[in-house]
Design a binder for this molecule. Structure first.
Ligand SMILES: Nc1ncnc2c1ncn2[C@@H]1O[C@H](COP(=O)(O)OP(=O)(O)OP(=O)(O)O)[C@@H](O)[C@H]1O
Ligand SMILES: [Mg+2]
Length: 326
């Protein structure tokens, strides 16, 4: 467990600056998601923290210790990558014990620790199996157990759930959250799935083209995104111009729709598209040539809102998110 500080961390590949003066400070025991589009520098950032890439500039501190010159195998980091890379010829317990054997612990210590982490990830009944006899989610839990076994100062998880189907992924997210709360290990979790980042993290770091666009709690980055990029990368957003020319965003669920004209209506338009997805219905409304998205919880079925129908849109002033750009 450690407090992690990245200062002006920068990595270039040739002319290309892929991580650009990144500053992050993370308290002990927190779970931070790094979220951003493909190629924005997430894995490179993790690889620098792990010690597999050398930064061109900047520092990395674990607590008070600068680790830039510490080799990867001395940083005491647990890692799980997208491909779990379990040793195929070893059983679950041998996989989990591997890192401990490298550290030359006694057999008793190793056995006790292996038992403990296998219990944590609920894999006791599978401990004699080899990876190919396990499902994707089970393999993923073994990979996590192997990373946790060494009691790392820091856990780095890079898209480790993305190979799983949606249902299993959601189950594993909850599971992972519980395991990490129990083990209290500081964790960096890389994903490009915004829902996953929201569900799992204490903090979200939104990256774009090597820079940090915004960092905050899930609530802060969703409710108060600083700019268009963050507003549209994290959830959906409608963009409007104020009379003074500045722009603002309104989340689709904050827009009220009504078939009758109502006081305070901000826009009117025609429903051009409706999609029903069980718990919510999404309406696309064409207002002055612009498409506006509105989402409603299906607390009741609104049969009165149909495609081609004229509707009035209203939202509260405090649902307007001021944006820094444009
Ligand atoms: N060893 C390398 N040499 C040259 N360029 C590299 C190298 N590793 C990564 N890059 C480039 O650096 C940029 C960032 O890559 P990185 O793997 O960090 O992205 P990412 O955010 O993890 O993307 P993804 O979501 O697709 O995994 C990309 O443009 C990539 O092509
Ligand atoms: Mg990556």
């Amino acid at each position: 467990m450690a407090n992690i500080k990245l200062e002006n961390l920068t990595k270039r590949f040739g002319e290309n600056t892929v991580v650009d003066r990144v500053n992050i400070e993370i308290p002990n025991g927190t779970l931070v998601s790094i979220l951003g589009p493909s190629g924005c520098g997430k894995t490179t950032l993790l690889r620098m923290i792990a010690g597999f890439e050398t930064p061109d500039e900047g520092s990395i501190f674990f607590d008070q210790d600068s680790v830039v010159n510490v080799p990867a195998n001395k940083r005491n980091i647990g890692m799980v990558f997208q491909s779990y890379a379990l040793f195929p010829h070893m059983t679950v317990e041998e996989n989990v014990a591997y890192g401990l054997q490298q550290r030359k612990l006694s057999k008793e210590e190793i056995d006790a620790r292996v038992k403990q982490v296998i219990d944590t990830v609920h894999m006791k009944e599978f401990q004699k199996r080899k990876p190919k006899q396990l499902s994707g989610g089970q393999q993923q839990r073994v990979a996590l157990a192997r990373a946790l076994a060494i009691s790392p100062r820091l856990l780095l998880l890079d898209e480790c759930l993305s190979a799983l189907d949606k249902k299993l992924r959601v189950e594993m997210q909850t599971e992972l959250r519980k395991i990490l709360e129990e083990s209290k290990v500081t964790t960096f979790f890389v994903t490009h799935d915004q829902e996953e980042a929201m569900t799992l993290s204490d903090f979200i770091v939104v990256m774009n083209k090597g820079i940090i666009e915004q960092m905050g709690t899930p609530l802060e980055v969703y409710e108060k995104p600083k700019n268009k990029f963050v507003a549209s990368f994290l959830g959906k957003a409608n963009f409007f111009q104020s009379e003074d020319g500045t722009s603002f965003a309104v989340r689709p669920e904050k827009i009220h729709l009504s078939a009758e004209e109502q006081a305070g209506a901000r826009q009117e338009g025609v429903i051009t598209f409706i999609t029903y997805s069980g718990n919510i219905t999404s309406y696309t409304i064409e207002c002055d040539g612009e498409a506006v998205l509105c989402e409603k919880q299906n607390v009741q079925i609104r049969e009165n809102l149909k495609k081609g129908q004229k509707v009035f849109l209203r939202w509260d002033k405090d649902s307007e998110i001021e944006l820094a750009d444009e």
